[in-house]
Ligand binder design. Structure first.
Ligand code: SF4
Length: 287
């Protein structure tokens, strides 16, 4: 069986940075003799999270869950309110917020009072939570409305003076375009576009669609709770090919090995190690 790897896949710039910073967080905490934490799951990759947990990086959601130490902010960011709570409790923060997400938060922070801030995204996704919890320099929470569908756009207020559309950077491109069009139809010239889908994630989509042209099915490697991995699976299904979503080589089945030619891609939280494991398992060679 032939296994063809996508030209672009695996760790994105933001994930590479936060993994490096997780090691930095452990090092600083060790030097100071204090505990090391990640605030929330810092990436959607259980193997990498476990590796760092084994080295001593403890996952907490709130400051009162630990004694003050050094705490890593995940790539998707956290709310300004939570950030301040950790600082007030005496934690030292290592900021792993991806620069794309930090830039989105900065745009929201500076929108001004009379602008309706709409966030296109999956309610409850950590990036959407971070974008919905931005405070101004006067420490006032910027109100936001999350929309997950075109239908939700119809329920937005009809006559704000100005509207800004922000987006979760890894939202499936088709969903984003549908929401964007609905927003343009509803608000016309009152609409401003705040940020865009992540260019790195879009490059992965493009490479995957090229791969779909040449194979019979695709294996997508990535966390089951990873939004961008789910978006890759959906892209394959919309193209009309069978898509198999696995987290590790342990999930490779005989059905996947039954194709003459299968493609391999991976979400932005998937390490090269996981990709190589799955590749070897599909080929039936040990590493
Ligand atoms: S997918 Fe894009 S926005 Fe999200 S962490 Fe990676 S580089 Fe940043």
């Amino acid at each position: 069986m032939e296994v063809i790897r996508s030209k672009t896949m695996g760790f994105c710039m933001g994930v590479k940075q936060v993994v490096d910073l997780a090691h930095e967080c452990l090092r600083i905490a060790k030097d100071k003799g204090v505990p090391a934490y990640s605030i929330g799951w810092f990436i959607h990759n259980q193997r990498v999270v476990k590796q760092l947990a084994d080295l001593g990086l403890r996952h907490i959601e709130r400051p009162e869950e630990g004694v003050p130490g050094v705490a890593l902010i995940r790539a998707h960011g956290i709310t300004d309110v939570l950030r301040q709570e950790f600082i007030d409790a005496g934690y030292e923060l290592i900021d792993g917020t991806c620069r794309n997400v930090a830039s989105s938060q900065s745009i929201i922070r500076n929108t001004g009072k009379n602008t309706l801030v709409v966030v296109a995204g999956i309610a409850g996704h950590s990036e959407v939570v971070a974008l919905s919890g931005v405070t101004t320099t006067e420490n006032i929470l910027v109100p936001t409305v999350v929309v997950q569908s075109v239908e939700a756009v119809q329920n937005l207020p009809d006559d704000p003076k100005t509207v800004i559309l922000m987006t979760q950077t890894t939202l499936p491109a088709l969903d984003y375009r549908a929401i964007l069009q609905a927003m343009k139809d509803k608000y016309g010239t009152a609409l401003r576009i705040g940020n865009h889908l992540c260019a790195g994630a879009l490059r992965r989509n493009k490479a995957l669609l090229e791969l779909c042209e040449t194979v019979e099915a695709i294996v997508v490697v990535g966390g089951k709770n990873s939004a961008n991995t789910a978006a890759l699976v959906r892209l394959v299904e919309e193209f009309g090919l069978p898509a198999f979503h696995v987290e590790s080589a342990l999930e490779i089945t005989e059905e996947m090995r039954s194709f003459n030619c299968i493609g391999l891609t991976a979400g932005t939280s998937t390490s090269q190690h996981d990709i190589d494991d799955v590749y070897s398992e599909l080929k039936g060679v040990s590493r």
